[in-house]
Design a binder for this molecule. Structure first.
Ligand SMILES: Nc1ncnc2c1ncn2[C@@H]1O[C@H](COP(=O)(O)OP(=O)(O)OP(=O)(O)O)[C@@H](O)[C@H]1O
Ligand SMILES: [Mg+2]
Length: 255
């Protein structure tokens, strides 16, 4: 184990219905890395993110966050202080105001009832307002969340992550449901916020263009295994076309 790594995986295997959908003999992720997970539909991206976020615990093998096995040693509260999760559908409560959804970022620390009934101290409200300012949504602070557009809701989800102040952000197709212009804006904002806070980012993406433009490391999965693990500048058209081809091409394993 190496405490320099934020995540360390060894001999990881996830099987569904008798089929191995993810097999990672070894993978280490260092603090501050911005990793894009790419690969065809069904390649195993969400499964990997689910394991790293503690939502899938039926795998075999070892997964450590710093020096602690994620499935046994970490209390949920401690874990959610370290790990922020952005899902495709944001997990916002439409009936609640924007600010209450942002404050729910503290949920792991403070409990559900406190956030549901807005029993927040003014200091926390200040933090939420500052997070909403950073994502450009201050004018919507007290709006009902369901009245916001998809892109705006995604920014609420970012503000919620900001006040959680996690060490690592795991994002499963964070911009998939947005139009291309908005998708790039949100991704740019996410990367900017991650850089400002020196956080680690692991995001699955369908856009190779964005992966190359905004991330420091690209991990390509194919049929549940790492097909390549490279710096963006090393990701050539040739490698991409064999990644997305249907033939079982040879595995490229450089890093
Ligand atoms: N709960 C489950 N039960 C059975 N099979 C599953 C389950 N979750 C995922 N799978 C299978 O595991 C494989 C990997 O799925 P995963 O969702 O990780 O792919 P993905 O790379 O995220 O794909 P996409 O780009 O479509 O989101 C797929 O074949 C999928 O059908
Ligand atoms: Mg997926």
């Amino acid at each position: 184990m190496n405490s320099e790594n934020i995540f360390k995986i060894t001999n990881l295997s996830q099987v569904y219905e008798g089929k191995e959908v993810l097999s990672l003999p070894e993978l280490s992720i260092k603090p501050g890395e911005k990793i894009a997970l790419i690969g065809s539909s069904g390649a195993g991206k969400s499964t990997l993110l689910g394991i790293l976020s503690g939502t899938i615990d039926t795998y075999r093998g070892e997964v450590y966050i710093h020096d602690l096995p994620i499935n046994t040693c970490i209390s949920k509260k401690k874990f959610h202080r370290k790990v922020g999760i952005i899902r495709q559908h944001f997990d916002l409560v439409g009936e609640l105001s924007v600010i209450n959804n942002v404050l729910a970022g503290r949920l792991g620390e403070w409990g559900f009832f406190k956030s549901l009934f807005s029993l927040f101290v003014p200091q926390e409200k200040k933090k939420a307002v500052s997070a909403l300012t950073r994502v450009g949504l201050i004018h919507k602070t007290y709006r009902k969340t369901s009245t916001l557009s998809g892109g705006e809701q995604q920014r609420v989800a970012l503000a919620r992550i900001l006040i959680q102040n996690p060490e690592v952000i795991l994002a499963d197709e964070p911009v998939a449901s947005l139009d291309p212009q908005r998708a790039e804006d949100i991704l740019k904002l996410l990367v900017k916020l991650v850089d400002e806070e020196n956080e680690t980012l692991i995001a699955s993406l369908h856009s190779v263009e964005y992966a190359k433009k905004y991330f420091t490391r690209i991990i390509a999965l194919k049929d549940g295994v790492i097909f390549f693990d490279l710096e963006p500048k090393e990701v050539t058209e040739e490698k991409l076309s064999s990644l997305y081809s249907f033939k079982g091409d040879e595995i490229i394993h450089e890093r």
